[in-house]
Structures are given as C-alpha cells and as structure tokens.
Design a protein. Structure first.
Length: 337
C-alpha cells in the first residue's frame, strides 16, 4: 500500500477530535486535560468529556507497561494451533494471565497467537513445558523467542501518520526530551519496593498522585519522583490501547516473515518505517521477523503485501494470518466487535 493509500485510509477521521485526543495521549498518557486542550484548541471540559466517553465505551484504556526488552527479560510469541471448538476458551484462559498480551484468534479461529512475558524462569517452564502441552484441544505449539524490537513498545503507531503537527507534538512532549537525555544516569530496573506503584499504574496509567500515594504508602513527592525516574529510565512507559475502528482501520494481520540472514536488520528497519506496521520484532524460529500490520480493508492489506512489503530486498517468504478477533491487547477486557 502506498503512503497516499494509507493516508486515504484515515482521511475520514484525520480531523476527528477523538483521533487527535488518542495521539495526544499516545505521546503523553498522563498529560493533564488542560495541557491537551490547549494543544488541541478546545476546552478542558471537551477533552475530559471525550476521554470519559471513550473509556466508558471500552474503546480506550491507559496503562503502564514494563519494557521487558530494556529490562533484559525474556519475551515469547506463541502460536497455538487448536481444534476449532477449543480455541476461544484457550485464548480466554491465556488472556486472564497477567504475563500475556496481544492475544488474538487467527487462521479462521484455529490458531491462537499470544505474547507472553514470564516473570521468572519457573513461570516460563511451567507455561511452555507443563501447562500448554497438557491442554486439551491444542494440537501444535510453536514458541518463538523475541530477540530485538524494531518498532512498537513505547513507539506509538499513531506517530507515523496521526493528525497532530510537529508543533503540537513538541508542545505535548514538553520536558520529556530533556528527561530522556538524563535517563542514561538512572538505573534501569524496577525495585521490589516499586511493585505497588507499578501495579497501580498497570491498572490505571492516569491514576492521580494522591491515588498512587494511597496505593504505595509513600509520600506524594516520593511517588512523583520515583514515577518520573522509572519513566525516564525506560523501565516502564505509559501506553494506550484503543479500538482500531476509531481510526478507520478494520483489518489486522500477523505477518511471519523469513529473510536472508544478512537482510534481517535492514528489513526490520524498513518495516519500522512503514505506516501499516504497528509492531515488528526479530524472533528465533522458522521465520525470523514477526510483525503486525493494520489496514483499512482486505484490498488495502493485499496492496501492502504485494507492494511495499513484497518489494523489500531480502524478503524470501511471508505467511499472513489475519486476525479473526482480538481477545486481549495490553489488558483483558471485552472490546466492541
């Protein structure tokens, strides 16, 4: 799909306040409504009202996410081929686990795709070597370790072609850039005493400082300092999950890409620049890159596969598995279908 085609996919919503609000929250999920309102040129009450509506509809949620790659923790992408009658129940059971995300049903509902981030080696072995192999209706398990992220994580997808201009983005980022520059001096770890703070933010990334104070037992100033340090170091980031229909993109697909070894990095970096790619990472296994593509419709997905992706030098094979349904993004809650 060409850049022009991608832009046309969102042309009907480019000026939507909802989409501008989504991009503002993607840039700074904890920004005060007053700051967002000033950047978007609307009132504080309008921003607050739109935000509450999106949240109440189940179309938006803001949460803290541990950056497992930066923390040096293992991540796995699971492909579970299932009997059709068991796939939904298996996906739902995995979605209830705190160490899973990005769970979807693909291949006509016969495959569950799931990202898992076990906290310990014991948890990893229990899931991969004990629980899943003994689960009824699973007929094949493929676990691919994630090796290197090309795009995704704290890099929000709307930054590629969202409606906000450079001045608006800079105003929302504010002091974030200087803070990031100082992050090299901060330890990249989450201490045991940080767990109550991180857990509270994993439930609500916009929890107020008084709410975080009550959750942690620390003073408000201590909470503010520690949260700032965790975000600036990259140990955690504030992310948003939203319904893709809000931005006019109704089709998503997992891409399992095989490249020549010499082309893995160049292909991964090229994918990171494609507006259609929401996430891309190098993985170990039969294919060596896994990516998530989003498109307006099936013809637009075909145009991307046969166009920009198919023309990349070094790509040898692409397996495409459109999502039949997303079961979990960052958190487990029902989404409009």
């Amino acid at each position: 799909m060409s850049t022009a085609s991608t832009e046309s996919a969102t042309s009907s919503v480019r000026d939507s306040l909802d989409v501008r609000l989504l991009q503002a929250l993607e840039i700074d999920g904890r920004a005060p409504f007053s700051k967002i309102a000033a950047v978007l040129g609307v009132s504080d009450q309008t921003v607050a009202r739109r935000y509450r509506r999106l949240v109440s509809e189940g179309s938006l949620r803001i949460v803290a996410v541990r950056d497992h790659e930066k923390l040096g923790q293992d991540q796995w992408m699971l492909r579970l081929r299932c009997a059709p009658e068991g796939a939904d129940a298996i996906a739902t059971a995995l979605a209830r686990r705190p160490d899973t995300s990005w769970i979807g049903l693909t291949s006509g509902g016969t495959e569950v795709v799931c990202c898992t981030r076990p906290r310990t080696r014991t948890d990893q072995d229990e899931l991969l070597l004990a629980k899943l192999p003994r689960t009824p209706h699973i007929v094949d398990i493929r676990a691919q370790q994630m090796l290197h992220r090309f795009f995704g994580g704290p890099d929000g997808w709307l930054m590629k072609h969202g409606p906000l201009g450079d001045d608006q983005i800079a105003a929302l980022r504010g002091a974030a850039a200087p803070a990031a520059a100082r992050a090299a001096d901060l330890p990249l770890r989450i201490e045991p005493e940080d767990e109550p703070l991180v857990a509270a933010l994993e439930e609500d990334g916009r929890a107020t400082y008084p709410e975080l104070q009550r959750a942690t037992g620390r003073s408000e100033s201590a909470v503010k300092r520690r949260l700032g340090a965790l975000v600036a170091s990259g140990a955690i980031y504030i992310d948003i999950e939203y319904a893709n229909a809000l931005i006019g993109l109704h089709v998503g697909a997992m891409l399992w890409i095989t490249t020549a070894p010499w082309a893995m990095d160049s292909v991964g970096r090229a994918l990171a620049s494609h507006a259609e790619i929401a996430h891309a990472t190098a993985v170990a296994g039969p294919s060596n890159i896994m990516a998530t593509a989003v498109a307006r419709d099936i013809p637009a997905l075909y145009a991307y596969l046969s166009g920009k992706l198919g023309q990349l030098d070094g790509v040898q094979h692409v397996e495409t598995a459109p999502f039949m349904r997303r079961v979990k993004q960052l958190t487990y809650r029902p989404y409009p279908r």
